[in-house]
Design a protein around this ligand. Structure first.
Ligand code: NAP
Length: 212
């Protein structure tokens, strides 16, 4: 067990950081966050919806206000979960390096676990200041059924060697829910019930999200 350098008797805090667009948040995200929390014995998981998603220039992405509210609604029943506005409150493009530096300053002694989709992790070498980023956290890459696990394994192996990054792959085989699919279903008038928490479903209809 690792101990806090300021208080030898206090175990180091472990914080999960769940980064994503969450457009919308769904049970796939929630199950991943809860499984990672329990597997790594995390003290809490902070959901951080992206402000201006890097590489996407925010084109076609639902306003951060809606994505933030949906994330709050979805996480309210889990006492280990928190939602942070730090990326959506930033005026400039939100890079993970800035977020993690800020969290490291606020939680000097904590170990940070950055949790996100394996697709996003596979692009890690295009992220800003990746050499510095890999020293700030451990990455947990969640895979999704239907994606070639060999491809993800090879890429993660390459990234680990290149950057000495700590990356672990976590499989949640039963969950193939995706935000893209949910948006598509709403747009076509199909049901999204049981794919995401009910309050989020109501929020989507009440605010006419994902309808052309
Ligand atoms: P995304 O395109 O929304 O997501 C990529 C894939 O990962 C999608 O399949 C997505 O599924 C899934 N996913 C997203 N967040 C997830 C999560 N927390 N747990 C499990 N699966 C998740 O990618 P993104 O949301 O823009 O980026 C993900 C994170 O990486 C964000 O925190 C972002 O800031 C960071 N990022 C940083 C940089 C940089 O610093 N330069 C560049 C790219 C990404 P769903 O569609 O179902 O969510």
């Amino acid at each position: 067990m690792f101990f806090n350098k300021h208080n030898e008797n206090k175990p180091k805090e472990k914080i999960g950081i769940m980064g994503g667009t969450f457009d919308p948040i769904h049970y796939g995200h929630l199950v991943i966050a809860e499984q990672v929390r329990s597997k790594y014995n995390l003290d809490k998981v902070m959901f951080i919806p992206t402000g201006n998603p890097p590489h996407k220039e925010a084109l076609g992405v639902t306003s951060s206000k809606h994505r933030y509210f949906m994330t709050l609604l979805a996480t309210v029943t889990n006492s280990y979960f928190e939602v942070s506005k730090m990326e959506i409150d930033r005026d400039e493009v939100s890079y993970t390096i800035n977020t993690l530096k800020c969290l490291k300053r606020e939680n000097e002694d904590a170990d940070l676990y950055f949790i996100t989709g394996a697709d996003a992790i596979c692009q890690l070498d295009t992220w800003k200041n990746v050499d510095e980023l890999v020293n700030l956290c451990k990455f947990i890459a969640a895979t999704r059924p239907g994606h070639s696990s060999q491809e993800v394994n090879d890429k993660v192996h390459e990234l680990k060697n290149k950057y000495h990054a700590e990356i672990e792959i976590i499989d949640i085989p039963a969950l193939s829910i995706s935000s893209t699919d949910i948006r598509d279903r709403v747009n076509k008038g199909h049901s999204i019930k049981y794919l995401l928490p009910e309050p989020v479903e109501y929020y989507i209809y009440k605010n006419f999200l994902y309808m052309d």
